[in-house]
Design a binder for this molecule. Structure first.
Ligand SMILES: [Zn+2]
Length: 467
């Protein structure tokens, strides 16, 4: 991945010239006739996302035209790594530092390849980071997203709770964090019964993963991730087309690990805790059943309406543990419902919050960083969907409407109104390739969430008067 960047200044790096369709003519007027002829012969029109190599007299590349339209600067050069020939390139000379940093991040994200089972073919073109103010930040973002994508792309056979734990531990060790886990029946003796119920039918014991980092005197930020390493649906078995993609059901866990890597890499002055409910929702003689009643860590009893609504059960005990420490901010990341995809599609991370300022801040950062999110309502009027005849609540509603909202309302039962809270329900997967976003696993909302944390808790936060 880092192969796609070069730090040292190189005098022979190929310049990228950004053009809009409108200013292509103006640029050509300043160029020798053979360049105009070449552009004309190639039929190049400066369409956003398109590239054209311009040769010099020796038949080497003199420069590259990159069509841009000014929108979503992060993705302006996102297709560079897949469309340009091998070589070293440099960012457009007329771009400011902020635009260059975003485009470099998009380049790095576009260079991502998942190579565990099949080698990538060909040598990647590289982008020079010389002259950037924060080259390390670019690398950190690209590597954090790659960590998230790698975990999600890995098939369940090679990424069960134990391997997820291994990755979390390795991340903790790399950043001097503490790591602790509860495995299998330890979840019962320490009162994480819902997570245990979800994972008890698997040969791979369920685990609560617990990472702590930073000065305990700093504001406490807690991230909770849904780590369902494979979701068969349980006894309410999914049909094959729905089960096919369920290696990605630990996407929330992968997101919080990627975000933790960013936080620790940047050394944000906060006390970080990461809690992951890791389990396989499998079918076996001891699988939890529709109609069973689980008693949660909080003491609320939950009647299982459907064993495929297991994600909320896998993290509700972790939420109870999280809020017991009264964090300044609580975020959970989940691939929780298909209903969220019906509502906002696969390319926007749906989120919920009990704090309007927090929600607005997140949306603002999402816009700045080209990491789209959309707030859905925590509408208490739908709480009746979770009413149970024999328990405090059902694990999911019985109607076919508002499934993302009722899932969020279920989680809200475990989060007091006094805890500022963001709940993400996202796809964690690109169904199609776009610049900087290859098909397959994706981190959604992580860059926006990190920007929010940096603005609220970063060293510049107080002096800049932000919160
Ligand atoms: Zn499920």
């Amino acid at each position: 991945m880092s192969d796609c960047f070069i730090d040292q200044p190189t005098t022979d790096a190929i310049p990228i010239v950004a053009v809009t369709a409108d200013d292509l003519e103006r640029w050509l007027a300043t160029q020798p006739e053979r360049t105009s002829n070449w552009v004309g012969t190639s039929g190049y029109q400066g369409k956003a996302g398109s590239f054209l190599c311009i040769p010099n007299d020796d038949g080497r590349i003199a420069c590259v035209l990159a069509g841009v339209d000014g929108s979503e600067p992060t993705w302006a050069l996102g297709d560079g790594p897949s469309k340009l020939p091998a070589g070293v390139y440099r960012l457009p000379a007329d771009w400011d530092a902020g635009r260059c940093e975003k485009a470099a991040i998009g380049w790095g994200l576009g260079a991502y390849r998942y190579t565990r089972y099949k080698a990538a073919n060909g040598e990647l073109p590289r982008l020079s980071l010389a002259g950037l103010e924060r080259p390390q930040r670019v690398r950190d973002v690209v590597e954090a997203v790659a960590l998230t994508r790698d975990l999600i792309n890995t098939p369940a056979e090679d990424l069960m709770p134990e391997q997820l734990a291994h990755s979390a531990r390795a991340l903790a060790e790399a950043h001097g964090a503490e790591f602790f886990e509860l495995v299998g029946d330890e979840l019962l003796s320490t009162n994480f019964p819902c997570l245990h119920a979800v994972g008890r039918a698997s040969l791979h014991a369920p685990r609560l993963l617990d990472l702590r980092w930073g000065d305990p005197a700093h504001p406490r930020v807690t991230l909770v991730g849904k780590g369902v390493c494979f979701d068969s649906g349980g006894l309410d078995l999914k049909p094959s087309n729905a089960m096919r993609s369920m290696k990605k059901d630990m996407g929330g866990a992968a997101h919080v690990l990627g975000l933790a890597r960013l936080i620790m890499g940047a050394g944000l002055p906060l006390r970080l805790r990461v809690l992951i409910g890791a389990a396989e929702n499998a079918v076996s003689g001891n699988a939890f059943r529709p109609g069973d009643v689980l008693r949660s860590r909080k003491g609320l009893t939950i009647e299982v309406e459907n064993t495929d609504a297991e994600g909320r059960l896998a993290i509700c005990d972790a939420l109870t543990e999280a809020v017991s420490e009264q964090p300044a901010l609580l975020m959970d990341f989940t691939t929780l419902t298909g209903a969220a995809r019906v509502a906002v599609g696969t390319e926007i991370a749906a989120f919920f919050s009990n704090d309007d300022t927090l929600a607005a801040d997140l949306a603002r950062h999402a816009g700045i960083d080209d990491d789209p999110v959309w707030r859905l309502p925590l509408h208490d009027g739908y709480r009746h969907e979770l009413d149970s005849q024999i328990a405090d609540l059902l694990n999911c509603g019985t109607s076919s409407y508002a499934g993302a909202i009722t899932a969020a309302l279920f989680l809200k039962e475990f989060v007091p109104a006094t805890t500022p809270w963001l709940h993400f329900d996202m796809m964690a997967w690109n169904l199609r390739a776009r610049p900087g976003r290859p098909k397959g696993a994706e981190a959604m909302g992580v860059r926006a969430a990190f920007a929010l944390l940096e603005a609220r808790f970063g060293t510049g936060a107080a002096s800049a008067g932000r919160r």
